[in-house]
Design a protein around this ligand. Sequence first.
Ligand code: FPP
Length: 214
Amino acid sequence: MNGVPRHLAVIMDGNGRWALARGKPRLAGHRAGAETLERVLAWCGEVGVEILTVYAFSTENWRRPKDEVEGLMRLLGLFLRNRRAKLLEDRVRFRVIGRRDDLPPALRRRIAALEAETAAFTRQLVVALSYGGLPAEERTDAAFARCLYAPDLPDPDLIVRTSGEFRLSNFLLWQCAYSELFVTDVLWPDFDRAAFDRALASYARRDRRMGGHA
Ligand code: FPP
């Protein structure tokens, strides 16, 4: 039996389908997804998950329509502005992993400022932005060690993927070697406390042998 995962990572999938099912634009799904993220962060605090890492934008997501990409960047900026006070109050360290040079300069500045302001806190919210694994030709051990965006983070204990896809989609590929996986059909904007509790209960029942024998 395991306790609560120290590091929970989430692939927040299904925002687009959630919006489509309601006849709304995709961005409305991302907006609802950002609200789900706020709730999940609060639940992590309640149950004692120390680090929450979320996949908010992959290197492949730049290929989405310009409107959606710009909308997501705006949403991220708003999230940082509106959530700043709450993160400081709750003493949550904010960090971004990924190719931050790809991001709009104003967003980059806001990220750097919030990272600096929260650097001393223990609880962490890690947002993967323009994030992807290494290209095949660079996959050597030394390159991996050099290239980890946040080498001090422990590997995720549990990776949750919403919306029923059994894929990692280039998320934390090196760090997931012994992570437990949990896939739920629930779409990310609908991910509620019951779904969160099911994921953690499933993790608690897992027998983590880390490659060793029983
Ligand atoms: C995947 O759903 C989700 C994304 C590409 C974006 C995730 C972003 C958020 C939850 C909100 C913004 C985040 C922060 C940190 C404020 P999808 O669009 O691929 O859904 P689909 O597969 O149903 O189309």
